[in-house]
Ligand binder design. Sequence first.
Ligand code: AR6
Length: 253
Amino acid sequence: MPESVNHLSQIIEEMRARMHDTALDKQTLVDPELLEKSRKLDRLINLYHRINRSGSRGEEIILELTLDQNMEVIEMSAVGKKIGAAKIELVVGDITLQDTDAIVNAANNRLAPGGGVSGAIHRAAGPGLWEECRKLGGCATGEAKITGGHNLKARHVIHTVGPVYSGSPGDPVQLGNCYRNSLQLALQNGLKTIAFPSISTGIFGYPVDKAAAVALQAVRDFLAQHSGIELVRFVLFSESDFEVYSSALSKLA
Ligand code: AR6
């Protein structure tokens, strides 16, 4: 086990001890917020140990925690894995705010604004994005196309169209293609950092646990086979999606 992981493990154990002490001090007050934080920390430590055990290919574990000045408020801000020189990172957040070289849009075949994450990206980018998209002649399911980022922090948007979930064997192939083709397009354009939403798991109805396994496997395999991408960040819109992705990351083959 790398020394940094040992060290991190110790830090987490210390924080847990502190957290439990604080929880005990306040027990008579039955502070629900504090108890929830304590439970969250327990989940986080379990997750850390699970991911750590699965790190059999020399893939390092990444865990970023946020504490307040008193070391009492503890939040997991990111969890991830290192694949060679690249990093897969999971965060809870809004993809329109990411400052990666590209953000990925879960688009439709017309590349029209639509709802969900696509609507949010078009609103944040401004009308110039649709002006550019409408000239691209649409996009087939599983394929990807690139545009500028317009008013976004990201310089580019990579638009990819996920499958509408049907339960057929073609679903994971098409969903995996979305991630592979987006990463390929990023590489071809010399981009090093990219943020993905959870493609197909909103309006297109793909179950999040199944989609997370496909997405993470496709990205991990791509990063293991290609160099040039430094960061792949999954921006999950809810804490529950984040936990599902974290669990899938820990089970990655
Ligand atoms: N940042 C990150 N994730 C988000 C954001 C955001 N700002 N907003 C929503 N999500 P969806 P799909 C999450 O429905 O299933 C559109 O109309 C959301 O919670 O956007 O691939 C297109 O035009 C969910 O977890 O994409 C297509 O017609 C995930 O993003 C269709 O919907 C994907 O949900 C595509 O459906």
